[in-house]
Design a protein around this ligand. Structure first.
Ligand code: PGA
Length: 236
């Protein structure tokens, strides 16, 4: 399965940062994996013009309407996006998004022709209490609508995002094997499973060597061409 290195710029990046994308493309003209950046919506069109694949960071479940501040999946697609991140833990925490709402957004994304990157991950208290797989099982079941087809799933432990901490390799492998099994009845083994949470050049290769890890969702390290480039190079 071809790997996917997806960068999540979150609420970071202005026009000046497009130079990082140009540097990345110059350094990695034909990577061995798919490369995607999900910039803030303000940069979508300009980033598309660099030639890199681009995704949204969220979308509304409706195609249009009175929803101040929101963006629909169709709008993302029209701007040139081919993917959209849905159910990121920061959306679940900051905007109280539920699994059911994420599932509605996945439907909207599919209708617009976007590949949804559906995020799941446990809080530290869940892991400490031995509830990790229960929490992730409920999230994945609840966040995927009936009829979902074109999806990527990202396992992102909430406590590993932006903290410099990562699970052990055994813990990552355990969750990815669990997700693979859980998705098998509906998708076979065709869904790309990404790990996310403090992926850096120094730990990327060992994470990518794990079974059922098909790439990464990268936050902080995707903002710098040199760091994201090293992660891309580790994903062969
Ligand atoms: P991080 O973020 O790489 O900065 O930990 C990952 C994410 O939130 O997708």
């Amino acid at each position: 399965m071809r790997g996917l290195a997806a960068g999540n710029w979150k609420m970071n990046g202005t026009g000046a940062d497009l130079a990082e994308v140009e540097a990345l493309l110059a350094a990695h003209p034909s990577p061995a994996c798919d490369v995607l950046i999900c910039p803030p919506a303000t940069l979508l069109s300009r980033m598309v013009a660099t030639g890199i694949a681009v995704g949204g960071q969220d979308c509304h479940a409706n195609p249009s309407g009175a929803h101040t501040g929101d963006i629909s999946a169709q709008m993302l697609a029209e701007a040139g996006a081919t993917y959209v991140i849905l159910g990121h833990s920061e959306r679940r925490a900051d905007h109280h998004e539920t699994d059911a709402q994420v599932a509605e957004k996945v439907k909207a994304a599919q209708e617009a022709g976007l590949t949804a990157i559906v995020c799941v991950g446990e809080m530290e208290a869940d892991r400490d209490a031995g509830r990790t797989l229960d929490v992730i099982g409920a999230q994945i079941d609840g966040s995927l609508p009936d009829g979902a087809t074109d999806i990527v799933v990202a396992y992102e432990p909430v406590w590993a995002i932006g903290t410099g901490r990562t699970p052990t390799l055994e813990q990552i492998a355990e969750v990815h094997a669990f997700l693979r099994d859980r998705l098998a009845p509906r998708f076979g083994d065709q869904v790309r499973l990404l790990y996310g949470g403090s992926v850096k050049p120094a730990n990327a290769a060992e994470i990518f060597a794990l079974p059922n890890v098909n790439g990464a969702l990268v936050g902080g390290a995707s903002l710098k061409a040199s760091d994201f480039g090293a992660i891309i190079a580790a994903l062969t």
